[in-house]
Design a protein around this ligand. Structure first.
Ligand SMILES: Cc1cc2nc3c(=O)[nH]c(=O)nc-3n(C[C@H](O)[C@H](O)[C@H](O)COP(=O)(O)O)c2cc1C
Length: 206
């Protein structure tokens, strides 16, 4: 059975609509292709690092994506020195690749209050790790205090972890879209016009 040609196949406007759906769905549907993008930063030494992150929110009108992370992690240091980021999404079964570039920043502690309060106790428990993510350990460990392993923390137990929680916002300004199809692949590039939600697209050779 052949896959029907999608409406966006030869249409830049429809492609942009498809991209928006992938990002918005990614933020609210854990089974969607866009739910766990790979976010790349550049270290102080010029070496790039990538990591999987859960997409928490997409604000299309402001071309922004929101992630949660540990304030003590390497990516936060990377961004303090250099705000450039790239975000990669790969989707099955459609065989699509979406690459965004832009800048990222860590939001103020006040901005992180609500996302923290809205996260489940188990999600917030990650931030109870005593040492920074990526620290060396003398033995295999989750990094969590032993007394909370396998348990749901209560609000009081989570109080100290709050300072380790950060909201990372990506503002994307370019989108590179690749769609693989038997009848011929398609690739398009979109660039944001200024700060607004308007995009200029053009086709590229895949
Ligand atoms: C499925 C999956 C989801 C993840 N989600 C997040 C996330 O939302 N935020 C985060 O900071 N790290 C997340 N991680 C861990 C990162 O990939 C990474 O290992 C960690 O953030 C440390 O990265 P860094 O040392 O480059 O800063 C996730 C890993 C996996 C496998």
């Amino acid at each position: 059975m052949t896959t029907p040609t999608p409406s966006f196949y030869n249409d830049l406007d429809q492609t942009l609509i498809e991209i928006r759906q992938i990002l918005e769905q990614g933020a609210c549907n854990r089974r969607a292709a866009g739910h766990h993008p790979v976010v790349a930063t550049i270290g102080n030494d010029g070496v790039p690092s990538q990591r999987v992150m859960i997409l928490r929110q997409c604000d299309w009108d402001h071309s922004s994506l929101r992630f949660h992370t540990d304030m003590r992690s390497k990516k936060v240091d990377d961004l303090a020195a250099r705000q450039s980021v790239s975000v990669l999404i790969y989707g099955e079964p459609d065989k699509l690749q979406l690459r965004l570039t832009g800048t990222a920043q860590i939001e103020s502690a006040r901005m992180a209050d609500r996302p923290w309060a809205q996260s489940t106790p188990f999600a917030r428990r990650c931030y109870m790790a005593q040492a920074a993510p990526g620290s060396e350990a003398a033995m295999p460990t989750s990094g969590l205090p032993a007394w909370i392993e396998g348990k749901k923390p209560d609000e009081e137990q989570l109080l100290d972890a709050r300072q380790n929680f950060a909201v990372l916002t990506v503002h994307f300004s370019t989108i590179d879209w690749l769609y693989l199809a038997n009848e011929g692949h398609r690739r398009a590039k979109f660039e944001r016009n200024g700060d607004g939600p308007q995009w200029t697209g053009r086709w590229l050779i895949p």
